[in-house]
Design a protein around this ligand. Structure first.
Ligand SMILES: Cc1cc2nc3c(=O)[nH]c(=O)nc-3n(C[C@H](O)[C@H](O)[C@H](O)COP(=O)(O)O)c2cc1C
Length: 359
């Protein structure tokens, strides 16, 4: 794997290895993939106005987000179906995250059950919640995740209905039936093994998830949960503020990696406004298109407490299981370290907003 020297190399290698269905499911976005491309491009629009002569001989990358201690401020975003990339699936991802001093957010739609992933995630894990029409199932997921030791619950709010991902439509993509959604197994086959007849992922979302999701549901979740609740999938300052008013302790600025509303703004564009409005009332995290250590530095300078990567972890998993995800994280961490030093930052707290400008 040493010949893969950056995340783009790993992505190319993974794309060449995966069959068309899983490859396009992982890589693709909604409709014309405008937002998918915009996410990546928007980080490039910011320049880093580095400081000099700051004594960066020692650099402290540590961060603390909602009680979860991270060696450096990058987490793994929730993505479904890691076993399409590697048989060790989410367990390998969780182990790699722990090896690299960070935590993962586990998808509701993981192939391994959360209890098993929890054991592997020795540096912490959060649970990503999809709200099912069947609130009994939703409640069970929440109580299981808390019982298994999750540090927080991130409720995804940008998928009231499934988007049309045209690559999946063309491929007639459906999740392989031999790979169950293990967290949903207790709810039965219909919930845990979606098939082609249901119209792939879009069909599953439309049949199972609750499009009536609204702020009262957040009230309920925040009242029920004994761990902090984050709202994932926000791109507007007013929504972020409303979420905080309804009890959210964190906001994940995200457009689902360009997989939901095509033409949603790039996260690097909306992050500064949201971070400014929220201030220190809640943690602010961001994902979408982060592929370089400099992207992570920009995210922190624009007000995020931490950032997350989605697809790169899947590419690492594809090329090398646990070692592959570790390779992705190590490359990013080394790039981030160099970026901090060259920008004149000896600690994460020194990554301030004056460092970036939209040149
Ligand atoms: C293949 C795939 C599956 C995903 N599954 C979920 C999911 O189950 N729940 C969720 O909240 N977000 C999901 N996401 C969105 C990610 O959590 C994240 O927002 C996005 O991938 C970040 O963008 P990036 O891939 O450019 O880093 C998924 C994304 C991908 C690429």
């Amino acid at each position: 794997m040493n010949e893969l020297i950056n995340l783009a190399d790993i992505e190319r290698a993974a794309l060449a290895q995966l069959p068309a269905g899983p490859r396009d499911y992982y890589a693709g976005g909604a409709a014309d993939e405008l937002t998918l491309r915009a996410n990546r491009a928007a980080w490039d629009q910011w320049s880093i106005h580095y400081r000099v002569m700051r004594d960066v001989a020692k650099r402290d990358h540590r961060a603390q987000v909602l009680g979860t201690a991270l060696d450096w401020p990058l987490m793994i975003a929730p993505t479904a179906y890691h076993q399409m990339a590697h048989p060790d699936g989410e367990v390998a991802t969780a182990r790699a995250a722990a090896d690299c001093g960070t935590a993962l957010v586990l998808s509701t739609l993981s192939n391994y059950p959360m209890e098993q992933v929890a054991k592997a995630a020795t540096r912490g894990w959060w649970f990503q919640l999809y709200v099912y029409k069947d609130r009994g199932i939703t409640r069970d997921l929440v109580s299981r995740a808390i019982a298994a030791g999750c540090g927080a619950i991130a409720v995804t709010v940008d998928a009231p209905v499934g988007a049309r991902r045209e690559r999946d439509v063309r491929n007639q993509f459906a999740f392989p039936v031999e790979l169950p959604m293990s967290n949903l197994l207790p709810a039965g086959e219909r919930y845990s093994k979606p098939d082609l007849a249901q119209g792939g992922f879009m069909g599953y979302v439309n049949e199972m998830l609750d499009p009536s999701l609204n702020w009262r549901d957040l009230d309920w979740l925040c009242a029920t949960s004994t761990v902090p609740v984050l709202v994932k999938g926000v791109v507007r300052g007013d929504d972020a503020l409303t979420a905080v008013e309804h009890g959210a302790r964190g906001i994940i600025v995200s457009n689902h990696g360009g997989r939901q509303l095509d033409s949603a703004p790039a996260t690097a564009v909306v992050l500064p406004e949201i971070a400014t409005l929220v201030g220190d009332r809640a943690a602010v995290l961001v994902d979408g298109g982060i592929r370089r250590g400099t992207d992570l530095l920009k995210a922190l300078a624009l007000g995020a407490n931490a950032a997350l990567i989605g697809r790169p972890a899947l590419w690492g998993l594809t090329v090398g299981g646990q070692a592959g995800v570790r390779h992705v994280l190590n490359l990013l961490r080394a790039e981030f370290d160099i970026a901090m030093a060259l920008a004149g930052c000896e600690s994460v707290a020194a990554i301030t907003e004056d460092l970036v400008r939209p040149d």
